[in-house]
Design a protein around this ligand. Sequence first.
Ligand code: G3H
Ligand code: 13P
Ligand code: ZN
Length: 307
Amino acid sequence: MLVSLKDLLTKASRGHYAVGAFNVNNLETIQAIMDAADAERAPVILSTSEGAIDYAGMEELASLAHIAARRTKRPVVFHLDHGKNYDLVVEAIASGWYTSVMYDGSSLPLTENIKRTTQIVKLAHKKKISVEAELGAIAGIEDFVSVEDRDAHLTDPEQAAEFVKKTGCDALAIAIGTKHGAFKFTGESRLDFGRLKEIAERVSVPLVLHGASGVPANIKKICTTYGCEISSAKGVSDSAVRKAVMLGVCKVNVDTDLRLAFDAGIRKFLKERPEVIDPREILKPAKELMTKVVKQKMKMLGSSGKG
Ligand code: G3H
Ligand code: 13P
Ligand code: ZN
């Protein structure tokens, strides 16, 4: 069943849990996520980035997501992730496929981010589509050279309150020290929870944590054993993500952990079964590993049994 992001996150916020938003690029990933959602009876967000749309096509991904949503009893949001290209966001809204779009104006000057986000909100709300917006630079806490530098790039609580009020967005992606990709920290995960608490106290809409992959040790082990060079990869710990959820994060974005699971499954299978050439056989373990990762996320986020 397709639902809007706003409805899904309002429930999550009241229930103090978060919903996983998983990036999808192909059929197998969508199947793997939906298997997990059904097994866990969990709501789910299927996210397509601009890169995913370039790779597979908007209509193709939308068709797969809509069929998956029709076949399940779980609430499903079909979401545009990091729409930086204004025209693409407008196209996604006009297509009628999406129940939620993210307009990412975070790299623009504040006034321009407010202006464009407000325009997107107007267009999207006319069609009952939710809008996620972003304020601050999603970069690892270790990437900042000084406290001043960090303060200048992470989300400012007062500014966040003003931004949400002016734009009317339904959810806000915040920067508190997470980063996209597999290399987020050199040591333990470190997030600015004080900042998150201050944002949550001032902002009325649900908060979104991007760059939240954990780089699970068991998956990383398979990847490295079978030749993937990611030994220094480090993600956000489950306990840090759970703390963020307790402080008000209701949507948690995961892409890297699915990439790692896909990679681990394929590398291991090809090494152990060099005689197989059937893509269906090759991709089966990759799919199963992705399902395992998604189920674990749903349990960790508290969304299992909520769909
Ligand atoms: O936040 C970005 C997601 O990981 C999507 O990555 O742009 O390579 O599809 P992508
Ligand atoms: P990860 O790279 O940590 O999986 O983050 C994905 C993300 O934020 C997608 O928007
Ligand atoms: Zn992101």
